[in-house]
Design a protein around this ligand. Structure first.
Ligand code: OGA
Ligand code: NI
Length: 342
């Protein structure tokens, strides 16, 4: 069984060779200036007359960047801090405890692993450990979660409930912006939430390593809780731009399923996580996704003869297994799902 990077990084004299990316995929200069153009949207305004304005901002951000941040989203600062602390604590638990959670079996409902689930076959390892489990529907999964820290299940359970509500609010705003009926996504299309907690220890050579390689997320939208260390970068117009760590904000990004349902109107943006030499970084990605058997296709309400569906319909679980084989390349992933051209 491989060792978690959290348990061994401090013993390294230098970065081991199997963590060094080839020059063409290295992050190189990681000190990219923050790009303040990734929109920060104040969700409290959506309750007032400004709803249309907020919807417009969200759609624009989802089209231009596939990314935006939300503030005043209704989840309390205390709850965000407490949950982030619990996530940090899991990675600080004794090695024996973490080894018990360890698994590379994709079907295991709650697991900790290092780098990626494909550790044995990947060419270069990622500078991260990961804890992964489902968190919606809560009753189905909560009893399988880590028992330690002792507050984990309750704290993460309450937080997941808030994230579910926030996800539903955001999807209703997006749905309205796309011209879909209210509640369009309040069903199997958002029937699952997978939580993926990343822990990136400090790394002495951030220009050679990566926390996560370039990818788009397979799901509908991702709701990302970050600590106060930045590291997320978005690939736009052939350049990497850094996403600022804004206190108490959530980062939202468009995944493949939303690109498909919106018939290409919204774009799933490619992104990656870089490491840094000074601080450990912890993030928690809540992947809001369709249920396994949910049928996904471009929304019929926004397709017609003039705008024919550009993607086929499929079951989400089929997409998911395809995604894990093709992982890296957005064009390659989506190619198999394009509708036949007449
Ligand atoms: C992910 C992801 C970014 C980060 O988990 O899919 O892109 O900053 N995470 O941790
Ligand atoms: Ni991602």
């Amino acid at each position: 069984m491989e060792k978690l990077i959290t348990s061994c990084w401090s013993n390294f004299q230098s970065v081991p060779e199997d963590y060094i990316f080839p020059p063409e995929s290295r992050p190189g200069n990681i000190r990219i200036p923050f790009n303040s153009s990734i929109p920060v949207i104040d969700l409290s305004e959506a309750q007032k007359d400004d709803r249309t304005n907020i919807i417009h901002k969200i759609i624009k951000a989802a089209q231009e960047f596939g990314f935006f941040q939300v503030i005043n989203h209704g989840v309390s600062v205390n709850q965000m801090k407490e949950t982030m602390n619990v996530f940090k604590e899991v990675f600080q638990m004794p090695d024996e405890y973490k080894q018990n959670l360890f698994s590379n079996d994709p079907s295991k409902p709650c697991k900790m692993f290092t780098s990626s689930i494909n550790y044995d076959t990947e060419k270069v390892h990622l500078w991260r450990d990961n804890l992964r489990h489902h968190c919606y529907p809560l009753e189905k999964w909560q009893h399988l979660w880590p028992e330690n820290p002792t507050t984990y299940r309750e704290c993460v359970g309450d937080f997941s409930t808030e994230v579910k509500k926030l996800g539903s609010r955001i999807m209703n705003l997006i749905g309205e912006g796309l011209g879909l009926k209210y509640g369009y996504f309040d069903n199997d299309l958002t029937g699952s939430i997978l939580l993926s907690v990343n822990h990136y220890p400090p790394c002495s050579e951030p220009s050679l390593t990566l926390g996560i390689t370039k990818h788009s997320d397979p799901n509908l939208i991702t709701i990302l809780l970050q600590d106060d260390v930045s590291g997320l970068q978005v690939f736009k117009d052939g350049e990497w731009i850094a996403v600022e760590a804004i206190p108490h904000a959530f980062v939202i990004n468009v995944g493949y399923q939303l690109q498909i349902i919106s018939n290409g109107k919204l774009k799933s943006a490619e992104h990656r996580a870089v490491t840094n030499s000074d601080h450990a970084r912890t993030t928690a990605a809540f992947f809001v996704a369709p249920s396994d058997d949910c049928k996904v296709e471009p929304a019929q309400a926004i397709t017609d003869e003039q705008n024919p569906p550009i993607f086929k319909s499929f079951k989400y679980k089929e997409f998911n297994s395809h995604y894990f084989n093709k992982y890296a390349d957005t064009d390659v992933v989506l190619k198999s799902y394009e509708a036949p051209k007449n």
